[in-house]
Ligand binder design. Sequence first.
Ligand code: 5RP
Length: 228
Amino acid sequence: MLTKEEMKKLAAMHAIERIQANMIVGIGTGSTVYWFIEELARRVKEGLVCRCVPTSLATYKLATELGLSLMTLNEVSKIDLTVDGADEVDPALNLIKGGGGALLQEKMVAAASDKLIIIADSSKFVKALGVFPLPVEVIPYGWKQVQEHISFTNDIGAVLRLKDDQPYVTDHGHYILDCHFNQISDPVKLSISLHDIPGVVENGLFIKMANEAIIAAADGTVENIVAV
Ligand code: 5RP
């Protein structure tokens, strides 16, 4: 049986085969995509030509250290393919993302991509989204008002994410509320209602954005789920 880390690497090794010469590649954030970035850098050293758009400061630093050629989102007209992880993936390939705090930039990069491939171990594949707390990125000013609004309207806990006992601050200077829905029956409706709240910057629901999910299981099998 494979460990979780081996499953993540296996999914990443499948995704890497989609990279063709001269592509502009969006590179996601997190421990699963780490394996993808590492292998991409190895192939670049062997002669593969590609340019990458990172989705976070952490990915920017990793990719720079590994010698990948990077561009900002403003420097490209579009991205050919983005490979990213997820916290939850449902059968329609709707996602919860942002466990690593990079949801805003990840969503912008995904939206600019011709294709989004999600790589994950099988624990991320769920029947319905919502057990993983939904990250909602908010501006620091008046965040308690937003927290109360989300909690009251949905009758759920919306918990300010902390790091070292201080509010966790995203790459873009915002806070994150982790929202404990438990089950999200209508992701579209929820996403629209969250966007309606003044002070909300973005939420971690990625609806109809992923084209394909590559899910690796502990027995070494890999499932390719393609969006219809
Ligand atoms: C970061 C993300 C990540 O893709 C998500 O949290 C999955 O991370 P990991 O591969 O480490 O489990 O959305 O904002």
